[in-house]
Each structure stands twice: as structure tokens, then as C-alpha cells.
Ligand binder design. Structure first.
Ligand code: UDP
Length: 362
């Protein structure tokens, strides 16, 4: 395939993590377009961990609140016109994903959607709107699980457009997870001992935009009976500052967002995770660590009740964490024996095969 034949459009860290495995397979035929939803400076370390260089085209128009969506679509469309790929790949459900999909439709290129078919059945979530629109615009929909494929079929999307690939998040974890010695060194930098700390990541609007809700979550984490390492997402530090909330204190050990390799290393040796992240729920199922998911709804029911426990923000967080701790060695053993429903780490091969079939001369 020629250089830049397959455009990979991304704007945030989960898109970068989950598109990277495609680039490993595609080599020079992958051309990266960055929408700038998260500045490249914030993504460069994660890109380095995944052996991805700077993007081929920068379509940055600032971060992308609704008013900037139009500008972002125009910028990505310009980048696509310059790069002239045969096909465009977008991933997930961010504003960047939506901008990439709309730009692709505008320029008239075939579109592939990674992580298609996720549904929380919760119309309060901006991500739900994005993923529905992107799925229906896409020519090839890579569903991570059979459930996601069924949900697409239920919306009337033709079976010929849907392929179950697994999730490339699994490929990424397998590639970066450091060995025992390196994990020990990474933990030592935070003075943490294996299985004796938790890792918490929170950034969703439903948890951090309302000061009272954020304060409640922070109180729950402070009161946990083990250190809670909290790499703070820029959105969360911004909302906390505006609401006058101090994020540290008690059990909480605050740190800047971590590189991908360090994050996976620390998550893999934790007692458990507390998160509202989608990607972290998938990763938890690969590294075999339980996760308390602080969300009103979830689009990842495949791991609910085995790997994850969903709770509303409030006292349920502490209760779920204590229940996990009461059963810790047995729970870790059960999860070690459980295969991830998101696949065995070969999603990139199935995805690349689907892309090649889409652009093969007929
Ligand atoms: N992540 C990371 N460093 C951190 C926290 C998370 O590299 O300090 C990674 C994590 O492993 C996962 C991704 O970022 O792959 C999740 O991103 P985020 O929570 O922003 O997005 P979501 O998955 O909720 O869409």
C-alpha cells in the first residue's frame, strides 16, 4: 500500500492508544491526522510509549467544545484533502471522532470506525450521541464484541458493514506491559507495594463538572484504607480549581497524568482501580484487576459483575472498595483465570484485514 493511504484521525489519549496497534501493522501506509482536542504536548509521552512519532498533519483548532466542532471538521477535511488517503479510520466516541467522521463524509472517503456499537442507552452522555452518529456514517464498523455487533444490527445497520474484531486496547496492553523488574522500579518511585494501593482516574463531566459531586468522590477516596494514586486529568484539575476543591489529602496521592507504560504498570500491580474511564475498564479485564466504575451508566456491560462494579458517586464507592479488599487474593485469582471479553490481543490483524478489503480493487 502507498504511503499515507490510510488516514488515522485522533485527538485524545484513548484514540492514540487504540489506533497505535493499527499503525504497527500498517507502517508507512498509515498517515496520522491530529485534531488537537488534547494538545500534542500532552500526548507525546504516550505516543513515545507506543512507538508512534509526531502526526503527519496537524488539524488543531483548539480544544473542541460544541462551537468549535464546525472549525474542527473543516480543518480535518483540509488535512484529508492534502493527505489524499484511500480510507479514513476513526476510533471511539470523542468530539474528535465525530469531527473526523463528518470531515470524511464531507470529503467523500470511505470511513472505518473502531470500537463501533458501544451503547450505554443513556442519552445524557455526549459520547453516546457521538458514537451513534459515527456508527451510522461508517462504511466498516469494527465491533469489539458480539454484543456491540448485535446492537448495531438492532439499529438497522447492514451485517455486511459490521465485523467483530476485538478491541485493539488489548493489543496495546500486551505490547507495553513492562516486566516484573521494571514494574517494581516504577512502583518504587511512588513508594507503593504491589497489591497494597489503588489507582483512581476520573474525568467525565458527570463526575467532575459539578463541584458537590467531585467533592463527594474526593471525600470517599480520602477515606479508603490504602494509598490511592490519582493521576489527575487536566479536565479534573481545572474543574477542581474552579470549585475550590483540594484533590489530595487523606489516602490520596496526587500525580500528573502518567505515561501509558507507567500507568499500565501501576494499574497491573494495584489492589484495584477506581475509574470513570472506558479504556481503563477494558484494560482492567486484561491485567486482571477489579475496578470500581463511578458512572450512572456503562457502555461496557461485558465486564460488569466480573471485573467491574458500577456505583453512583457517594458512599457506594467506599463500600465497593471495601468489599473488594475483603476478598482480594481470591478475586485477583478469579480475574487471572478469566479471559478478557475484548479479545486476546489480535484485534489489529482483523481490523487491518477489514480495511484492506474495503479499499481492494473490485
Ligand atoms: N491513561 C494513561 N495515563 C494516565 C491515565 C490513563 O496513559 O494517567 C490511559 C489509560 O491506560 C487508557 C486511556 O489513557 O488507555 C484512557 O483514557 P481516558 O480515561 O482519558 O479516556 P476514555 O477511555 O474514558 O475514553
Amino acid at each position: 500500500m502507498r504511503t499515507g493511504a490510510i488516514a488515522l484521525v485522533f485527538g485524545t489519549r484513548p484514540e492514540l492508544v487504540k489506533l497505535a496497534p493499527l499503525a504497527w501493522e500498517l507502517g508507512a501506509s498509515a498517515g496520522w491526522i491530529h485534531t488537537g482536542q488534547h494538545p500534542w504536548a500532552d500526548l507525546a509521552e504516550i505516543a513515545g510509549d507506543l512507538r508512534i512519532g509526531p502526526p503527519d498533519r496537524d488539524a488543531t483548532v483548539g480544544s473542541a467544545p460544541p462551537g468549535l466542532l464546525g472549525a474542527s471538521v473543516a480543518a480535518v477535511a483540509d488535512a484529508l484533502t492534502e493527505l489524499a488517503p484511500d480510507v479514513v479510520v476513526v476510533q471511539g466516541d470523542t468530539n474528535s471522532t465525530l469531527a473526523g467522521a463528518l470531515a470524511t463524509a464531507k470529503v467523500g472517503l470511505p470511513l472505518v470506525h473502531l470500537e463501533a456499537g458501544l451503547r450505554a442507552f443513556d442519552r445524557r452522555l455526549p459520547e453516546e450521541h457521538n458514537r451513534i452518529v459515527v456508527d451510522h456514517l461508517s462504511d466498516v464498523l469494527c465491533a469489539p464484541t458480539p454484543l456491540a455487533a448485535t446492537q448495531l444490527a438492532d439499529e438497522g445497520i447492514a451485517a455486511t458493514r459490521i465485523v467483530v474484531t476485538g478491541n485493539t486496547a488489548v493489543d496495546a496492553v500486551h505490547r507495553v506491559l513492562p516486566d516484573r523488574d521494571e514494574r517494581l522500579a516504577i512502583r518504587a518511585a511512588f513508594d507503593l507495594r504491589a497489591d497494597e494501593y489503588a489507582v483512581a482516574t476520573l474525568h467525565r463531566p458527570e463526575n467532575v463538572d459539578d463541584g458537590q459531586t467531585l467533592a463527594t468522590i474526593v471525600e470517599e477516596l480520602r477515606d479508603l484504607p490504602l494509598p490511592v494514586l490519582m493521576p489527575v486529568h487536566p479536565r479534573t484539575s481545572d474543574r477542581a480549581r474552579r470549585a475550590g476543591i483540594e484533590l489530595g489529602g487523606g489516602a490520596i496521592v496526587v500525580t500528573a497524568p502518567l505515561g501509558y507504560r507507567a500507568f499500565i504498570a501501576l494499574a497491573a500491580d494495584s489492589a484495584f482501580l477506581v475509574t470513570d474511564s472506558g479504556g481503563v475498564q477494558e484494560e482492567a479485564s486484561v491485567i486482571g484487576r477489579p475496578a470500581v466504575v463511578v458512572r450512572r451508566s456503562t457502555e461496557r456491560p461485558e465486564v460488569l459483575g466480573t471485573v467491574t462494579t458500577r456505583v453512583d458517586p457517594g458512599p457506594a464507592i467506599g463500600a465497593a472498595a471495601r468489599a473488594i479488599l475483603a476478598d482480594l487474593p481470591e478475586l485477583h485469582q478469579r480475574l487471572a483465570d478469566l479471559a478478557s471479553p475484548y479479545g486476546g490481543g489480535d484485534a489489529r490483524y482483523l481490523t487491518v484485514a477489514a480495511i484492506e478489503q474495503l479499499i481492494a480493487p473490485r
